[in-house]
Design a protein. Structure first.
Length: 398
């Protein structure tokens, strides 16, 4: 069986010199300007019932550079500007394909500061990365090695709200290949008291990263609220302090989810989960903060792409399946099951832990669907009609 090579992004901290920081900041600003100009041009054409594609916006960029007002666009590398137009094209493609909302303008204060460089705009030699318009290589902290003989195809430089600089290099990773097949299968029920409950009875505690740093976050936010909006330096300093607390929470949460999903994918051939609509669940005001902290969407995303990497299978069952109310021993369906009921006894005499029972039912229905092709996902309307009900296994193409 032929396997496709996997491209992975390797992300590192780096510490730019003052000159490099100034150059990158100018590039971020120009990227944002070009993206917004192109979006405005395409929006105006859209009101006239006309479509403008990437090639036309690329020609517009050439004309913009010749104007006195936008002549400063020539001071930065042209590659990140062209990449911004490509990103806008992807955004419109997703919009027309009904996979995303209409593209929005980038904000100087709120949007992510980043610039993407392709091979013609950087040099990577002997473990040193030098970007276009720069005389010196970046001072990168190599926290982990790149794959042996790796040649980055794309480099993305970014700066987060906490003031930290990152460089992400997209490389082929030959070490990522399908794992030996096993017969192990697991059902997963996500929750708040326990982040995960597995069908084998294991319960993974919820670290509640945001709650652990809530006092520190509240203090930083109070200090920020006291700063007047015109108080530039002091307000910026307070904003960075609050952003550092947020970054600490996010980093710890992501690290925990990566370790957890990697373990599940390595140990199991088939993983069955619920097809939850988290964006609707967070509309519950009393649970929104806890659900956001649990990061169920991030967990599923990591699980799916790692399963695809390593030749595993992820099955998502219908979120309306009554996994908690169904006895996993005899199949009796209970009429009601309030959230405060954590353990219950079926008429058959079996006493269930609510979450473990749900995970067992999730596994059972997922395996049934995998074997006989029964539908386990709700039907969704698509432009061409209704899609198949069962999620396709995440496997490599032969």
């Amino acid at each position: 069986m032929k396997t496709t090579r996997v491209k992975r992004a390797f992300k590192y901290r780096f510490y730019p010199t003052d000159t490099q920081a100034a150059e990158l900041s100018r590039t971020f600003g120009c990227v944002r300007k070009v993206y917004n100009l192109a979006l405005a041009a395409r929006t105006e054409a859209w009101t006239r019932q006309e479509r403008v594609n990437y090639n036309q916006t690329s020609a517009m960029l050439t004309a913009w550079k010749k104007t006195e007002e936008l002549v400063y666009l020539n001071d930065v590398s042209s590659v990140p500007l062209q990449q911004a137009l490509r990103h806008l094209q992807v955004a419109f493609t997703n919009f027309f394909g009904k996979r995303a909302k209409y593209p929005r303008f980038k904000s100087r204060k709120k949007s992510r500061k980043s610039a993407e460089y392709t091979t013609s705009a950087f040099r990577f030699r002997d473990g040193k990365l030098t970007l276009a318009k720069m005389a010196e290589p970046l001072d990168i902290v190599w926290s982990r090695p790149l794959p042996e003989g790796a040649a980055p195809s794309t480099v993305t430089v970014s700066k987060d709200a906490a003031g930290r600089w990152y460089v992400s290099m997209l490389c082929e990773d030959p070490s990522v290949k399908p794992l030996p097949a096993t017969d192990a299968a697991i059902g997963i029920d996500v929750g708040l008291d326990h982040l995960l409950t597995l069908s084998n009875g294991e319960q993974v505690s919820n670290p509640r990263h945001e709650r652990r740093d809530r006092a520190r976050l509240a203090k930083a936010q109070r200090h920020l609220a006291l700063k007047a909006k015109g108080d530039g330096a002091n307000r910026a300093k307070a904003r960075r302090k609050a952003a550092k607390v947020y970054a600490r929470i996010t980093d710890r949460r992501r690290d925990h989810l990566h370790k957890l999903t990697t373990r599940l994918v390595r140990e199991n051939q088939t993983i069955v989960i619920e097809d939850l609509t988290v964006r609707n669940m967070v509309k519950n005001g009393s649970l929104a903060r806890a659900i956001s902290d649990a990061a169920w969407s991030d967990f599923r995303s990591m699980l799916e792409y790692k399963a695809q990497w390593y030749g595993r299978e992820v099955i998502a069952i219908d979120r309306w399946f009554p996994s908690s109310k169904l006895c996993s021993t005899c199949g009796t369906l209970q009429d009601k099951m309030p959230l405060n009921v954590r353990t219950w006894t079926c008429d058959c005499g079996t006493t269930h832990d609510r979450d473990v029972n749900a995970a067992k039912n999730i596994l059972a229905v997922g395996l049934t669907a995998s074997v006989c092709g029964a539908g386990v996902r709700p039907q969704r309307r698509t432009p061409g009609g209704q899609s198949a009900m069962k999620q396709k296994p995440l496997r490599r193409e032969p």
